[in-house]
Design a protein around this ligand. Structure first.
Ligand SMILES: Cc1ncc(COP(=O)(O)O)c(C=O)c1O
Length: 379
């Protein structure tokens, strides 16, 4: 009875870890900020509820919010994106789904990095497409030539994510430019997942939208404004791509019949997030940086690792102690939850992902347990 597209999808290892968490475990598995949503955003949503903004909104999202997103991308990245070329979605998750569903047919190939955020492969399966992994280098940089070598006449798009989950890597201008050139040369679409664009410690965020019109940018409010439960995000394309493919209308069809619109009062909260003072974001990023430094300091003599440049994950190599799966199991027995690298790609067998989006004291305890367990010789 069950469709092949469902059977081809796997359940999230991260959710599984989350579900096994008890009060005594140190959960370094889940990737969501532990901060509460800033007060002015909560107040704006409450006000929207009180004012009766509880109805369906336009499918594409309220105009004010799309206008504000357009202002943001102009201010941050000097991109001219029309509100008409933006869709407000139920989280970046829906944005990724709309992008892939509007492009990928059965048997089409989509290039993804290994490791990469696990939704990509599964959403590609949902579209009955075929994920084609390109292994990242040891320092998590992407070899653009390898991407080019993976292209066949079935390749439709390339999914990238910078800053990256699970690696914490910020892609360089050269990588982004190289990929954009490939997208132009082979007429492929780059789906650029930029949900961590504001959480950067080193380097700068470059979007392929700057270099190619063959691009769909997916972003959201979950990570930047600690709004994971609000389920609000957005995507945008260039005016040129939209006039060529009419892709926004196609994506709206999917959105309209599956979600109708993003939650009304969450959209007003998101509007307040963009219009309000951004110092709340700076504060959260500073705290993430402090935790990142703690993680690197506490783990660098335990594992081989590359210090994260963005997002809130660290992805150490576990080779010395066994596979990622084995290390996850050992640590779980000692009360620390992490995620095996294989959740993010088959080539990531000897890695684990640790999230530091949890409080400092927790992290200190987690590091202490990891050090005792692994350096103590228990394999
Ligand atoms: C790289 C990446 N993209 C997208 C998402 C989904 O974000 P949202 O909560 O906006 O759906 C996540 C969440 O973990 C993520 O890490």
């Amino acid at each position: 009875m069950i469709s092949r597209r469902c059977l081809n999808m796997t359940s999230s290892d991260i959710r599984r870890m989350f579900n096994t968490s008890s009060r005594d475990t140190v959960n370094l598995a889940i990737g969501e900020p532990d901060f509460n949503t800033p007060e002015h955003i909560v107040e704006a949503a409450k006000r929207a509820l009180e004012e009766g903004k509880t109805h369906y909104t336009p499918n594409q999202g309220i105009y004010e919010l799309r206008e504000e997103i357009s202002n943001k991308v102009k201010l941050d990245y000097n991109l001219d994106i029309n509100p008409e070329d933006i869709i407000v979605t139920c989280g970046a998750s829906e944005g990724l789904m709309l992008a892939l569903m509007s492009l990928v047919d059965r048997g089409d190939e989509v290039i993804v990095t290994d490791p990469a955020f696990l939704s990509y492969r599964n959403l590609i399966h949902l579209c009955e497409g075929r994920p084609v992994p390109v292994k990242l280098k040891e320092d998590f940089s992407l070899e653009v030539e390898k991407v080019e070598e993976s292209i066949t006449d079935k390749t439709k798009c390339i999914v990238i994510n910078t800053p990256g989950n699970p690696t914490g890597k910020v892609m360089s201008k050269e990588e982004i430019k190289g990929l954009s050139d490939i997208a132009e040369d082979y007429n492929l679409i780059v789906i650029s997942d930029e949900v961590y664009d504001k959480i950067i410690y080193k380097g700068k965020h470059y979007s392929p939208m700057r270099y190619t019109e063959n691009c769909i940018v997916v972003n959201g409010f979950s990570k930047t404004y600690a709004m994971t439960g609000w389920r609000i995000g957005y995507l945008y394309v260039s005016e040129t791509l939209n006039s060529r493919l009419n892709i926004i209308d196609h994506m709206i069809k999917i959105h309209q019949y599956s979600f109708a619109c993003a939650t009304s009062f969450a959209q007003y909260g998101a509007l307040a997030a963009l219009r309000g003072d951004q110092s709340c974001v700076d504060k959260m990023v500073e705290e993430f940086r402090r935790r990142k430094d703690l993680m690197v300091k506490g783990l660098k003599d335990v594992f081989k690792l590359y210090p994260p440049e963005g997002a809130f994950y660290i992805f150490p190599n576990t080779q010395e102690y066994g596979t990622g799966e084995e290390v996850v199991k050992t640590l779980m027995e000692k009360g620390v939850l992490t995620v095996p690298g294989t959740a993010f790609g088959e080539a990531s067998t000897y890695y684990i992902r640790l999230s530091y989006a949890t409080n400092y004291e927790y992290l200190e305890r987690g590091i202490e347990i990891i050090r005792e367990t692994l350096l103590g010789g228990i394999k």
